[in-house]
Write a protein that binds this ligand. Sequence first.
Ligand SMILES: NC(=O)c1ccc[n+]([C@@H]2O[C@H](COP(=O)([O-])OP(=O)(O)OC[C@H]3O[C@@H](n4cnc5c(N)ncnc54)[C@H](O)[C@@H]3O)[C@@H](O)[C@H]2O)c1
Length: 404
Amino acid sequence: MAALDICVVGLGYIGLPTASLLATRGHRVHGVDVSQRVVDTINRGEIHITEPDLDVLVRAAVASGNLKAALQPREADVFILAVPTPHHADYRPDITYVEASAVAVASYVRPDSLVILESTSPVGTTERVAELLMEHNPSLRGADGKPKCAVAHCPERVLPGRILYELVENHRIVGGLDARSTDRAVEFYRGVIKGDVHPTDARTAEMCKLVENSFRDVNIAFANELSIVCHKLGMNVRELIKLANRHPRVNILSPGPGVGGHCLAVDPWFVVWAAPDEARLIRTAREVNDSKVDWVVDRVREKAARFKNPVIACLGLTYKQDIDDLRESPSLEITKKLRAEFADGVLAVEPNVKDFPAFPLTSLDEALRRADIVVALVPHKEVLRIDSERLKEKIVIDACGAFK
Ligand SMILES: NC(=O)c1ccc[n+]([C@@H]2O[C@H](COP(=O)([O-])OP(=O)(O)OC[C@H]3O[C@@H](n4cnc5c(N)ncnc54)[C@H](O)[C@@H]3O)[C@@H](O)[C@H]2O)c1
């Protein structure tokens, strides 16, 4: 593929690796972010997020002269929008970042440009992007009222911790607003990644990503519900699941303290919002997973009742093991709720986070020394390595299967 001018909008966990990868492949990449700190950090060849090997890639991309960051977009052959898509407090999708990024690039888009939305998006968002591009740049509106530029959606499916590998190796779903847009976007990705590129339409591509995450959420909810049922029946849920999984067509996942992160805990709500009366299972799964937080807090409260001044060690605050990401973390939520009740009797341990302003962190060693109750919330490698001798005199609540 000939070298292209590419404008990547949103330089976070998705945009920055994507921009750096494209720059090291010889494309001229103009990265855009609303944060001056992010722009300055990247232009120094440094990174503002944690991801293995990303520092090396960004340094190489910036040193090659092919990656520059700025606050404002500029004209390009390809635009990639990779901005956040959270939900509002009432679970309605919040696509204001996508809308703002579409408005920001509109006047720099040419009729021969390709605009790709990579953010995880509710169905219809790619159409909304096209509308905004035409509204803010009327030269993009064709005689048929449709955009002259190509507009497509290509959801990102990478796993934090493996982003650089998965960015290249994963299959991608590409859906354009029309066949021409799909073809342009498919050609672009085939020139960049090793995984297969699967063409479809924009709405199916949007739904595909939401369904993938809903599938995971529903399956985790099944395991979480089983853990609650088994507790009531006095059974060991992990032994039960191990035995059930000996069936050739059964594969139950592991229960945990809930579901966190900005994907699985968020994206299923976009489906529920689109079809509230129909998406009953998906909604219930969200509710089951969210309810695990209070359920774990109740278990701790029961055990704490026998102590006058219980000391409770909460091991892990992030939303999954061996990362520093606290977004939507059920473990953090549990720890906050316990601190609201037991104040400094709760010792929070999180080896992956250095600066944590909300409350003091305690070292694992000190927490194990002082605690009456040990609550395992995240199976970080440090937690898995705990010598069982150190837990002998403690009450252990293993919410994440660390000590199974
Ligand atoms: N992080 C992941 O593992 C992952 C995986 C798959 C999909 N996604 C999806 O990718 C999208 C981006 O997620 P992320 O994790 O990279 O988010 P992020 O928060 O890490 O980064 C987003 C960046 O966009 C910037 N930004 C916000 N509004 C902007 C605007 N109008 N113009 C320019 N920059 C703007 C922010 O300052 C931030 O640096 C989301 O839709 C997310 O659901 C993320």
